[in-house]
Design a protein around this ligand. Sequence first.
Ligand code: ADP
Ligand code: ZN
Length: 720
Amino acid sequence: MVVSVLVEVSSTNVDKTYDYLVPSTLEKDIKIGVRVEVEFGSRNIIGFILDIKDYSDIDGLKPIKNIIDKDVVLTDELLDLGKWMKEETLSTLISCFQVMLPKALKAHNNNINKKYDYYYSLNKEIDLSLYTFNSKQELIISMCKNKSILKKELVEISNSSLNTLIKKNILLEEKKEHYRYNLESNKNVIHKLTPKQKNIYEEIINYEDNKPSLLYGITGSGKTEIYMELIDYYLSLGKTSIVLVPEISLTAQLIKRFSDRFGNHIAVLHSALSQGEKYDEYRKISRGEVDIVIGARSAIFAPIKNIGIIIVDEEHSDSYKQENNPRYNAKDVAIYRAKINNCKVVFGSATPSLEYMARAKKGVFHLLELNERVNKMPLPKIEIVDMNKERRGQSLYFSNLLINKIKEKILLGEQVILLLNRRGYASFVTCKNCGYTMKCPNCDITLTYHKSSKNLRCHYCGYATKLDNCPNCHEDALRNLGVGTERIEEELHKLLDVRVVRMDYDTTTRKGSHEAIINSFREHKYDVLLGTQVVSKGLDFPLVTLVGVINADTSLNIPDFRSSEVTFSLLNQVGGRAGRSDREGSVIIQTNNPDHYAIQYAKSNDYIGFYKEEMNIRKVLKYPPYYYLCYIRVSGKDNNYVNIESNKIKRSLDRNINNIIILGPSPSILYKINNIYRYGIIIKYKDISNIKEILLKIIDHYKNNNKIKIDIDFNPINMM
Ligand code: ADP
Ligand code: ZN
């Protein structure tokens, strides 16, 4: 017997299988999709079996060393998905498989232990009358007579008695796997759907066509409740569900709602779990012990069988796109899996992505609308503050209106969320004397001052340095121009006597810290929750009646064609956090661009208005959804060489593909990261026909050239 094994080797030129012999003793355990250990060159590595053959044409095959898995890791569906994804993203097959699996099941890594619980039961073969027991032994025996008892309970009675009984073979040991992660409570909370919700629910389950559904429903319209009802429906048919949510560590609340209703039917896959917990959750799924998988991007690969519905919540979120190879979008995978499984797929959002809304309007997707809040509360009132006109009396960053409103809300015993969207390059340190701006020596990026650690840091490579005199003129004149969350917090304390909790990258690195912050805010230990865009998503606090956006311009100023869409969506989402219970909410947006259409439409809560205007702009500028994009990043250590080769690539594209628009090559926005220079070429196209073929030729041409790295990104979200 011969097997073809796919191994991971860290270069693009090894993306094929290698044949190995199977020793006869191992033959019976060989299956496609399990991992084996093989000799590759001079080392032992792990790979996946992709094929089983009777013989090979190649002489002198080496035998496999070891079979790692009893159960199949790459199921038939995952094998198919991986191959499809390779075609879609032009990545290596091995990278496609690796991205689908939890760390413990990837090729090359197997150091996560299973945990076990030990149980004991009475050995029925033994005649107890032949023994004498002390009272503790008697007790243990009586406990274990009719069922297996957890070791811990028996140890509490007497460890030595237990050991004696085990030694005498009177108790039999049973080892059961222990899962590290457990959802609590099953309260069976079910809301009766409102008539509007019920309509949507019925439209979805009765829809005969196999088009994906797009549920466009304003914040608080009860989309999540509809999802749960749909899942329940498929459960009643004996079918399973996958629910994708963005950045799930923040959506503890959402998981709680699901677990309150579905209890231990659920497995959760998210970044806040430890590797061990993820492994356990994953195996619950593989073994068919759960019917519902909730998770972030990679949960779309969960090996769950018999799928009834796939739900993608907050469809517009860019977290569904993976930003390194393979650069897949979980939404595309959802559509593909739905097709293969012949099941429903539902995308939901209060601000659908332009691409998806355009498809829905064209009838490619099934459009469903929910335009009122469940509690009939009006959407919050939104006020725009023109910061150009603001007299900076009290504060650099807070308008008088915002400060007064915060004060007023706190006096009423209500709570406030403040958003500072730090994306964009607001934060930097310059010299007052010579104008020099502190930059990272490895990256072409300004450094950010962190007050708590009193140093300057690069947010890309982690470089850190002490804030000292200006390296250019040596004067002690460096000053911090950017506005970070830390600075805002300090300022707020100066202005008001408030309890502020900050949630951003720096305060949430520890496991569980998101939850801790959210819980203490919910328990009203704080008046103000201040954070980066993480505070805009999915949170539901009844006491929050005011949302303040410190500076809407940071996301508007991102040099990307989606900056208006991102800003509109962010403002809409964060606004949706206010007034979710019976108290009316209000939103204050501070900006230097009060007339910008994204801000104006956000003010009037007019998604459709925004959609129309933005579509016109995209049409004129030939951007998605009118054109597809492909971003080609060429990078390497030698700036000049990378530049020259980028131009060759452009020429090759130009010569070989018709009817495309090519932009660049130009230095990327993040031009130099970690001493690597980056150039970008953008292709705009309507028809993909021979594009992949030409790109594959280019990849192939450079595959043995270690001075150049080429990354291909179809439908890119982040072209930096
Ligand atoms: P969305 O996901 O659209 O933002 P949610 O499903 O979170 O909306 O609903 C908003 C709020 O209304 C939640 O607190 C939810 O529990 C409540 N809710 C939703 N549907 C119902 C219903 N049919 N009956 C009672 N409460 C509901
Ligand atoms: Zn750096």
